[in-house]
Design a protein around this ligand. Structure first.
Ligand code: SAM
Length: 175
């Protein structure tokens, strides 16, 4: 079982992301994915919620954003952000892997800057495979990994295949 980082580590990361998001707004990243109104999106390893507002706006009132993280601080931050911005289409999930979402219920998974931190990436990928609809997208980025590590890491289990590569993200599809 993975363990959450220290509370101080989480605070420092959240501050670093504030700076990152100011200079490089996350809306530009999300724009590559093709999220539509009504989509159900799972943000796996949501952290302090950098992608939350942009994603919730894109899916609209008919859609849903599930923000999952292992760290209780992340869940609290996202809940505060959702309530401050009146994002009624957001739900949080405190977990290190299992989502408890129904199989085939998710249109898009965001897996950003999190894969490198997983001690059991295969278990996470199996869970993401299970919850994604046929044709669903696993949108991926991780600046800790090389291009080859990303493609190998996600496709080695044969659950996903590379669909497209954008400037900032990779889109994998259920194989
Ligand atoms: C570097 S942050 C990325 C946050 C966000 N995706 C972003 O790019 O702004 C990685 C996040 O993954 C979470 N995390 C690490 N291992 C996890 C696991 N096994 N299950 C769920 N979340 C995990 C951490 O708590 C942290 O919030």
């Amino acid at each position: 079982m993975d363990k959450p980082m220290s509370n101080l580590g989480f605070k420092m990361m959240s501050f670093a992301f504030k700076v990152r998001d100011f200079f490089k707004p996350r809306r530009k990243v999300i724009a590559e994915v093709g999220i539509k109104q009504g989509d159900h999106v799972l943000d796996y390893g949501c952290g302090p919620g950098s992608y939350l507002k942009a994603t919730a706006d894109l899916v609209g009132p008919e859609g849903k954003v599930y923000a999952l993280d292992i760290h209780p601080h992340a869940i609290r931050k996202v809940q505060k952000l959702a309530s401050k911005n009146r994002l009624d289409n957001v739900e949080t999930i405190l977990s290190d892997c299992r989502t408890d979402l129904p199989s085939g219920s998710i249109d898009v998974v965001l897996l950003y800057d999190t894969f490198h931190a997983l001690t059991k990436p295969d278990e996470a990928l199996s869970e993401l495979y299970r919850v994604l609809k046929a044709g669903g997208i696993l949108s991926f980025s991780d600046h800790h990994l090389t291009n080859d590590e990303i493609i190998y890491g996600v496709t080695v289990s044969s659950l996903f295949e590379l669909a497209t590569r954008g400037d900032r993200t990779y889109s994998f599809q259920k194989a």
